[in-house]
Design a protein around this ligand. Structure first.
Ligand code: CA
Length: 237
């Protein structure tokens, strides 16, 4: 098994109230090159996550103070932690519980007593999957270009002037051309999950975006899909 050697060593938070298991997990994770942090109950887990921003959480289901399920729920609710990889460690073998764990937002689960190699393989797989893909600096669609570094947007050779929200909206569309997003999805992605605004706010900004990017006689690149939402598309009608 190959140890992690390149770049920053990922930080794994072990949330577990059995001291012997924590010691064993720490030993094996550190041997793989990971950094390890610990929390002995659910509340402490949330505090550690906020303080140290781990790359992955190994989360025991049965915990004092707050259950693993509740911790997982809160992780998924937080805007800074919603994508944090979580492996639920459960003593319950029942499929029902595993499904419940995954429904709560865990990315994977493993049943106690677990094989250490199997656990490490899951940690590795999940960290690899979660590794951020480098953000493209330049986005393009049809006759439109956006430079995320200089914030310049052009269509058909002319510069477009967008408000900050329209800019973020267009950047998001350019990252997922042709895909239809509901108002709620756009609110989540562009405004953020913690911002509470009316879904019709999206319509207002879509209108502004259209006005900014479509010149007279030009193809409307924003497609309205009735009862579904909006997409960046050349087939706007
Ligand atoms: Ca436990």
């Amino acid at each position: 098994m190959q140890a992690v050697t390149n770049g920053a060593r990922p930080l794994v938070l072990v949330v577990e109230d059995e001291a012997a298991l924590v010691t064993m997990l720490r030993y094996n994770l550190e041997k793989q090159g990971y950094r390890v942090d610990e929390a002995g109950d659910g509340q402490e887990a949330l505090t550690r996550i906020a303080e140290t921003q781990p790359d992955l959480v190994l989360l025991d289901w049965m915990l004092p103070v707050m259950s693993g399920i509740e911790v997982c729920r809160q992780i998924r609710r937080g805007s800074a932690t919603r994508d944090l990889p979580v492996i639920m460690v459960t003593a319950r073998a029942e499929d029902q519980d595993a499904v419940r764990g995954l429904n709560t937002g865990a990315d994977d689960y493993i049943t106690k007593p677990f094989n250490m190699e199997a656990l490490l393989a899951r940690v590795r797989a999940l960290l690899r999957r979660a590794a951020p893909t480098p953000l493209k600096e330049k986005l393009a669609f049809h006759d439109m270009q956006m430079d995320l570094v200089t914030h310049r947007v052009q269509r058909n050779g002319r510069s477009l002037h967008l408000g900050p929200t329209e800019f973020r909206l267009l950047a998001f569309f350019l990252q997922h051309p042709h895909r239809v997003f509901s108002r709620e999805e756009l609110l989540d992605a562009v405004w953020g999950p913690d911002i509470h605004v009316e879904p019709r706010t999206v319509d207002v900004h879509i209108r502004r975006l259209r006005k900014s990017i479509n010149a007279e006689g030009e193809l409307d690149l924003v497609r309205t899909v009735r009862a579904a939402g909006y997409a960046l598309d050349t087939d706007a009608a």
